[in-house]
Structure formats: structure tokens, C-alpha cells
Design a protein around this ligand. Structure first.
Ligand SMILES: NC(=O)c1ccc[n+]([C@@H]2O[C@H](COP(=O)([O-])OP(=O)(O)OC[C@H]3O[C@@H](n4cnc5c(N)ncnc54)[C@H](O)[C@@H]3O)[C@@H](O)[C@H]2O)c1
Length: 310
């Protein structure tokens, strides 16, 4: 059992807190919002049935969540710090500087940041930047297994290894991002898809509902089981990926050359928002989230019993 500091308990921080408690850790949390403690405890209670289905550690106990008023108190005896403050470099700067100054030297500092590079985060930490990494989860962070661990030349190798081990120990499927890039890996892949989706809506080629149907009832089903490259390999028959790339690659290159280059102008934002409102009209969002999470849990359970999936 370790003492994990969760700094910032918004959407992501409270999900991390629930996951760490479910794996038998002590969690010390802090967040300046006056409602933060109540909202976090409610979120942990709401996440608990799903975490029970995934399997609780024998020492898992929601009573191990402690809220403290300051970042300094939260990190004072931490073995691992998960930072989840707002994605604002100025706010992160103050937060990271305090965490670095007040935490034990051997504590790993992992930021949930969706796109800030380790170099920028390390520049905020004057004492021990070598123990700073990005540990980027996906919402809902207590359910989606992927965590991107990003370091750089200044990051000590033991920090990468221990961060990967720690995330594995709480049921995650971490990957080590080998070169720091804005948006890491998965958000860049999502951005590539969003760019084309926005462009297709902007040009009138597709509605928002068409885009969502095309992915959720098409390639997205396969992507939840095997990644896009392994799927492409399987679509090549006996010749595998080499055959697909030789056979369909030239055509795919012409599609790549034709992909949209779009800006999120106010009219396009209106069109996207109207489109998603139309797509989801009459559906209760709470029920939608519940149904999504139930299906995710069922899928995760099936995937955990698969024998040859990577
Ligand atoms: N929402 C997502 O889908 C998502 C996914 C992956 C990663 N992230 C990353 O996680 C981080 C948090 O995002 P979020 O969506 O949870 O944001 P959020 O706005 O829901 O939560 C941010 C929390 O930080 C708190 N906060 C503000 N100042 C603070 C301080 N000085 N000390 C401690 N807490 C402070 C706020 O009160 C708030 O509760 C960001 O870096 C974001 O990029 C978000």
C-alpha cells in the first residue's frame, strides 16, 4: 500500500482517486473548490460499483480518502503524486513548483496533462525535475485502461519504469511515449480523426450523426479490440500488412492528400453543436453515460479473458 497524492479533483482527479482507493492505496487529495470534497466523495461512491465489477483489492477502502486544505500537506508524505489541475500553464507552474518543493525527493510526480510536454513541466520544478513525467489517462479515468507515460532525456530511467509499474499495478495498460510531442500519441491520433470529421461536416459531406455512426458502428468496433495497424494487417489476408500497403496504399495516399484542413470557426462550432444536439435529442445524458460505461465494463471483462489479443 502506498500514499498517493491526488492534486485537483475535477473530472479526472476524482476518477483517479476512486481507482487508487479501489486498489488499496491511501489517497490524500486537495482542491481549492469549496464543494470539491463532497463532489469527490460522491464521485468515488458513484464509481465504486464499476470498480467492484473490475475487482477490488482486498484492502480497498473508500474511508482511506483524506482531504487536506493545501497542496503542501497533500504531498508531504506522498510516494506518488498525480497532478490534475486545470490545463493552464500558469496554474500548472505554481502547482508543479509547490509539489516539487514540498514532496519527498523519491516521490514520482505524474501530471495528467492532455498536451503539455514533460520539458515544460520539468522547467516548473527547480529541485528534482528528473522525477517528473506525464501520466496521461483517458476519461473516464477509472475505466479506460490506457495511460500515456511521457518523459524525456532529463527524466531518470527509474522514474519511467516505476511509473509504468505503478499504473500496471492499478489495472492500467500504460505505454511509454518515446518522444515528447504536444498531445502525446492518442490525442494526436484523435485530433487527426476530428480534423477530418469537422472538415466533412463543414463541407456538407456528412452530418454529425453520420460521422458518429460511421465510427461507432464501423471501424470503431474493431478498434476497441485491436488497434488500427493490427486490424489493417488482418485485412490483408495471407499477405498481411505488406499486401495491404502495396495494394491499397497508393489509393490511401491520394485520400491523405485530400484530407481537410479546417479551423474551428464560430459557425463551424455552431454546426457541430447543433449536429450533436440533433443526434442525441430526447436522450437523457445520465442514462447515456450509464449505458456507455456498462458496455465498456462488459467489453473490458471480455477483453481480460481473451487469450491472443495483444
Ligand atoms: N477531461 C478529460 O477528458 C481529460 C482527460 C485526460 C487528461 N485530462 C487532464 O487532466 C487535468 C485536469 O482536467 P479535468 O478535466 O479534470 O479539469 P477540471 O476542470 O474538471 O478539474 C480541474 C480541478 O483543478 C482544481 N484546481 C484549480 N486550481 C488548483 C490548485 N491550485 N490546486 C489543486 N487543484 C486545483 C479545480 O478546482 C478543479 O476541480 C488537465 O491537465 C487535463 O488536460 C483531462
Amino acid at each position: 500500500m502506498s500514499r498517493i497524492a491526488v492534486i485537483g479533483t475535477g473530472v479526472i482527479g476524482r476518477s483517479w482517486a476512486a481507482l487508487f482507493l479501489a486498489h488499496g492505496h491511501d489517497v490524500v487529495a486537495t482542491d481549492p473548490h469549496p464543494e470539491a470534497e463532497g463532489a469527490t466523495r460522491d464521485a468515488v461512491d458513484a464509481a465504486w460499483p464499476a470498480l467492484e465489477r473490475l475487482g477490488l483489492h482486498e484492502t480497498a477502502d473508500r474511508g482511506r480518502l483524506v482531504f487536506v486544505p493545501t497542496v503542501a500537506e497533500a504531498v508531504a508524505e506522498a510516494t506518488f503524486v498525480q497532478e490534475n489541475g486545470p490545463e493552464d500553464p500558469d496554474l500548472k507552474r505554481a502547482l508543479l513548483a509547490t509539489i516539487d518543493r514540498e514532496s519527498p525527493q523519491q516521490a514520482i510526480i505524474a501530471s495528467s496533462s492532455s498536451g503539455i510536454t514533460p520539458s515544460l513541466l520539468q522547467a516548473m520544478c527547480e529541485h528534482h525535475p528528473e522525477r517528473v513525467v506525464v501520466g496521461h489517462p483517458f476519461n473516464p479515468a477509472h475505466l479506460i485502461p490506457l495511460v500515456e507515460v511521457v518523459g524525456n532525456d532529463r527524466t531518470a530511467p527509474w522514474v519511467i519504469e516505476q511509473a509504468l509499474d505503478f499504473y500496471r499495478s492499478v489495472g492500467k495498460k500504460p505505454i511509454h511515449v518515446r518522444r515528447e510531442l504536444p498531445g502525446h500519441i492518442a490525442n494526436r491520433l484523435q485530433a487527426a480523426l476530428w480534423q477530418e470529421a469537422y472538415s466533412l461536416v463543414a463541407s456538407g459531406a456528412a452530418t454529425v450523426a453520420d460521422i458518429d455512426t460511421a465510427i461507432a458502428h464501423g471501424p470503431g468496433l474493431r478498434w476497441a479490440v485491436l488497434g488500427p495497424l493490427a486490424n489493417q494487417h488482418l485485412s490483408g489476408g495471407d499477405g498481411g500488412l505488406r499486401h495491404v500497403l502495396n495494394h491499397l496504399g497508393p489509393a490511401a495516399e491520394t485520400w491523405m492528400d485530400d484530407l481537410g484542413d479546417v479551423r474551428l470557426t464560430p459557425p463551424l462550432i455552431d454546426a457541430l453543436v447543433d449536429g450533436v444536439d440533433e443526434e442525441l435529442a430526447g436522450r437523457d445524458l445520465g442514462h447515456l453515460i450509464q449505458e456507455r460505461d456498462d458496455l465498456l465494463l462488459a467489453l473490458l471483462a471480455h477483453k481480460s479473458s481473451a487469450t491472443v489479443l495483444p
